[in-house]
Design a protein around this ligand. Sequence first.
Ligand SMILES: NC(=O)c1ccc[n+]([C@@H]2O[C@H](COP(=O)([O-])OP(=O)(O)OC[C@H]3O[C@@H](n4cnc5c(N)ncnc54)[C@H](OP(=O)(O)O)[C@@H]3O)[C@@H](O)[C@H]2O)c1
Length: 294
Amino acid sequence: MKILIVGGNGRVGSECKDVLGQEHELITPSKKKLDIASWDGVIECLQEVSPDVVLNCVGLTNMNVCETDNFAVRKTNIEGPRNLAQCSARFECVFVHISCAHVFDGQKMMPQPYFEDDTANPLSAYGKSKVESEVAVRGNAPNYIIIRSAWVYGFKGSGFLKSILQKALEKNPKPIKVMSDQYGSPTWNHRLALQIKELIEKKAKGTYHVTSEGYCSRLEYAKYALDKLNIKATLEPCSIKDLKGPMPPANCLLENRLAKKQGLSVMTNWKKDLDSFLDKFGSALIKKAKMRKI
Ligand SMILES: NC(=O)c1ccc[n+]([C@@H]2O[C@H](COP(=O)([O-])OP(=O)(O)OC[C@H]3O[C@@H](n4cnc5c(N)ncnc54)[C@H](OP(=O)(O)O)[C@@H]3O)[C@@H](O)[C@H]2O)c1
């Protein structure tokens, strides 16, 4: 298949490039070459490339920026996906779009997970933009796959895991405050990319939840990773209520119900994948954190 990947330099997109590139022909324009907020740019690109699949890994994911920069969040998270969805429909390609747990309010009692058909009720500007992006995709691309994930980590880019590591490896480390009442399923970008590949190749259609199996709190996540890497640190439990910025969902559990029902799930337990990730990248991450390069 010929697959156009946009956002291919990000945390999700970079791994999709590696995984999908092993068996498919990829076209991966940078943001400089293709700004998805430009209708003309998108239509010209699709006309020129004529892909079978368009995979959108673009996103403005900084919740604080989303809260304050309405223009940027609309362009990147809503108008961009709408352009891609409309052009995919015009050129009869499959459109794959990445969404997230922030479309939900996270108020379900733990450990009840969210299902694909649960009602969206976002708490933040970021979450609202992701809901609008999904509406734009469903309304414009007849042949779509929406993939909702959460708590994605990988070697590239910043993120929760790396920030914990960096704080723990400071010369004079202070106690690290970590939320003990926000829950989710840490999801390796490599596993997510494998699932995206499977859904594309098996010609899946509709909205899918894609996160690791099992769950933990942010505090358990941090403790598990630091223990695995033999890094001593003092973790201080705090509450999601202590957050000063926009509110993420407290319960980010997404059940991969549709993929499992269709026999398409390749997801595995979060600890198993985190072990594999840290076995592979742990030393390099520690080195980077010590050099404060993360
Ligand atoms: N990270 C997570 O934990 C997580 C969880 C669930 C869902 N998601 C979703 O996954 C998607 C990707 O997230 P991510 O974490 O991989 O984000 P990321 O690391 O910030 O990467 C986003 C990519 O989008 C590119 N980009 C931004 N604006 C663009 C535009 N107008 N046109 C073309 N490219 C543009 C960026 O290019 P530059 O680098 O040049 O700016 C970057 O390569 C998002 O839709 C997000 O909502 C992420």
